[in-house]
Structure formats: structure tokens, C-alpha cells
Design a protein around this ligand. Sequence first.
Ligand SMILES: [Zn+2]
Ligand SMILES: [Zn+2]
Length: 272
Amino acid sequence: MKHKLSLFENAIDSLNESLSLFESAQTKGVDRYKFAILNLCHFAELLFKYFAYLIEPDKVLFKTKHGEKKSIGLWKALEILDSNKAPIEKNLKDDLEWIKNLRNDIEHYEFTYSASEVELFSGRILNAVMKYSNEYSDIELLWNINENLKTIVLNLCKNYNDKLDIALAIVKEKEDLDYADCLSNGGMETYWYKYTCPQCDQPTFISDSDSETGYKCIFCGNTDSDEMEYTCDSCSNLWPKSELSYFDYTGEGDYRYMCPVCLHHPDYVKDS
Ligand SMILES: [Zn+2]
Ligand SMILES: [Zn+2]
């Protein structure tokens, strides 16, 4: 079967590959960064070519007099964008230059790098590219990244505000998906919730099926909050955790959450 990827899909494919290499570097060692860098450069080149293609397709993909298929490189793509009111910030250009030089060394010469330097530059590039995509193409790049790799982007971002932007984008996507879920269910409420995290004070504390408590803060990783809602094990109604009692139901280690109504708390039963 022939496999044809569009410029954009091809770019995202390289980005996913790069991120999974960053991820595997955590367990298999930072020598994986070599391939993570190669894929990250490939991603940046294809993505900016894609943006340039949207503006001037004939200048990006063309045929020579002899019918040979040709395409431009990263810097030419950036030039096209610069001259068409979609300029690339100098900081991003500098970072791209740094990583392209490193890639060049990897491909042709000897190379050295420090892992923290690679992470810093990669995180900065990813964040700047995401902002650019959002601003000039209305593309939320993060939403195109494989679900299990989104936290890698978050981890690569070292700057507080950049990291927060990524965390908020991850939460926004989940919120939109939940809203769509709710609509398709005829307006039935789902069990996805968002709270302000008591630890970092950001609106990034959300339902998370992988977390032991069922909730997790995307930004700081905290998994506990008095506000998060749990189901009463007796009546199945939802209550904030702080209002539920957790106790040994049978006296034999069978712990359950019980709401004040089921426990006949005077504040809740006096009217009934
Ligand atoms: Zn938090
Ligand atoms: Zn109850």
C-alpha cells in the first residue's frame, strides 16, 4: 500500500516521533536525543514549509524545466512568511539556527551537546512554534500531538509561563472533548470536572482516569483537593471530597465514602 502524507501530517508525524524519542531518553539514556533532534528539525522544516505553501504554493513545491520535483528549505520558507505578514520572531529564528547547526554537526561531523541545553532549546522552539501556529493559522498544534506525548511537551518547557500555556491548552482540549461528549449524549452531564488546583492555584486540576484519586493537576501534578467530587458509595450522588466521610463500613476494613445524607447528619435530615 502506498503511503502519502500531506506536508502538515508529515510534520506532525516527525514531531510525534521526536517526542517519543525524548520520552524514551528518560529510561534509555540521553543518547536518544540525537534522533530526537533530527526529527524535531524535520518537523520544523516541514511545518514552516506548510505555512509558506498556504501563502505561495508555487514557490514551495515546484517542478524544474526537466520536470524534476523540487522544494525549498527552512530558511527560504521563513523568508516567504516574513515577506507575507506572517513574520517569525527573532528569538525563534535564533533557536532554530542553533538546533539546525547541531543537526548539521550530527549529520556531518562530530557533535557534543548537554542534555539540559537540548531540552531548553527544544522546549523553547516547541512553545514558540505552537504560538506561531495559533496566531497565523489558527492551528492548535498540541491537539494534533499523540495523547501520551503531550506531557513530554509540558516537561520540555522550562519557563513558567510557557509551561502554563501548554497546560492550559491541554485542559482546553479535554474540556472541548467533554463538551462534545455531553452534546452527543443529549446534554447528559459527564463525569469530567475541572477545578482550581489548591497547590498551584491554576484552573488545571481535572478528572484523570490514570490518577489514583481520579483527578490530577496538569500543571503541577498534584492529585488531591477538598473540592474534587466523589460518589457516595451508598446513594451514588456526587459530593465534594471534604463533605464525605471515609470510614470502615463493616468494621472489617471495607472502607467506603459516605455522604452526610446517608449518614443522617442532623444538618441534612432535620427537614425531611
Ligand atoms: Zn496544580
Ligand atoms: Zn449518600
